[in-house]
Design a protein around this ligand. Structure first.
Ligand code: HEC
Length: 98
């Protein structure tokens, strides 16, 4: 009986693994955006405002920078280091003025 319970636990962990890997902590990464995009992400000088942008639009813009589909001076370099999960988490965190 005990080995069946242990097998079930191992199976549960294996199944939960990919779901857990999706949860990425972007606290430090999102704090870095204000360096350029300004306090409150309201934009500053040549840096566009991210305030009030929808999460889906932020994610799309970053993915387009990453692929080179959308021309950029800076964002294509920065975004190359971000995983798809990080981009989605950043968009969810920063979208709609959060
Ligand atoms: C070193 C400066 C810098 C940093 C840091 C930076 N950005 Fe940007 N961002 C820019 C610039 C400049 C643009 C305009 C496109 C370009 O030329 O790269 C831009 C454009 C964008 C856009 C498109 C906005 C629009 O007008 O559609 C998004 C979305 C974006 N950045 C998200 C982020 C996020 C999220 C972070 C933090 C994880 C971040 N940026 C950090 C400089 C920066």
């Amino acid at each position: 009986m005990r080995h069946i319970i242990r097998a079930a636990l191992v199976l549960a962990l294996v199944l939960a693994g990919p779901a857990l890997a999706q949860t990425v902590d972007v606290t430090a990464l999102s704090a870095s955006c204000a360096t350029c995009h300004g306090p409150g992400l309201e934009g500053s000088g040549a840096m566009p405002s991210l305030k009030g942008r929808r999460a889906a639009d932020i994610a799309t813009a970053i993915k387009q920078f990453q692929s080179g589909e959308r021309p950029a001076t800076i964002m294509m370099r920065l975004s190359k280091g971000w995983s798809a999960a990080e981009i989605d988490a950043l968009a969810a965190k920063l979208g709609e003025g959060k």
